[in-house]
Design a protein around this ligand. Sequence first.
Ligand SMILES: *Cc1c(COP(=O)(O)O)cnc(C)c1O
Length: 331
Amino acid sequence: MAAFGTVFMPEMALARFDESGWSTPAMVASNSINLHPGAHVLHYASTCFEGLKAFRHEDGSIHLFRMDRNVARMQQSSELLSLPAFEKDMLEQMIIDSVRRFAAEVPSPPGSMYIRPTHIGTEAAIGKAAAPTASSLLYVLLSPVGDYFAGGAKPLRLLLEEHGARCAAHMGMVKSGGNYASALQPILKARASVQADQVLFCPGGDVQETGAANFLLIDGNEIITKALDSTFLHGVTRDSILTLARDRGMTVSERELSVDELLERAAKPGAEAALSGTAAVLTPVGTLIRDGKEHQVGNGEAGPTTLALRQALNAIQWGKAEDKHGWLRKV
Ligand SMILES: *Cc1c(COP(=O)(O)O)cnc(C)c1O
């Protein structure tokens, strides 16, 4: 099985922005963009992206999951990066057209079609370090993906990072390339030093998120996660899991969570922790590492509530449970 995100459909939907506005989106070869080496994105990181999925149901129909949320977030990222604004309908139609074109290639569950809208600043102008790009490209890549959990959902080991931040505080809710580059060294060091899978960024003791997923603590009937603010990425999966938790009668606490409280509650028998994101859905966390000391979460195994919430979300996505919240859109 190819690694996640390394197989691409041969064509993508693409629209171009320049002084005459947005071009009519068209399907073009996926390896066909021409970029000047002085393009704004290559020097000043004017780039943002999205990640969402299309699912195949048993009757063969194809459904997008919460596309409106991802498109709205992409508009917000573009705005916060001073990239050209676009209409939501344009990007939605580009996503729908691409998925329709390759509908036959959408894998059956547990696989799906991963969709990667991308927006980049293309103006060749290396003097524009402090000015926005005048032109841009918006395109939609498709990548069929298999089961992220092939081989079982092994609970993750997270290193708690209380000093460094994942990215600049005002960039937290922007899904932009520079933020991932910014988190890479801490992640590589955590892998090498304590064999951690990910870093849980907790600047000043405030539990935020990992490099590419949100963090949730489950203690009995309560699910705790940081309240939305501009310092971290507002995951669609986070919102969906919290909604399903409320549906099940759980208490959802969106508030500040300190590292001290996290370690105290995670040590209780039955405690669970998980990462949420489109790619990984809900992945159990088994170990937290602080200053070289390992703290097991609950019994260190994937917990029943984590597995039940993941299953409930997958059931909706796969058409096996009623879509009560209107999250699916048939293409
Ligand atoms: C994409 C991402 C998430 C998860 O968002 P979803 O909408 O659930 O996929 C969380 N944190 C970061 C930093 C991300 O890039």
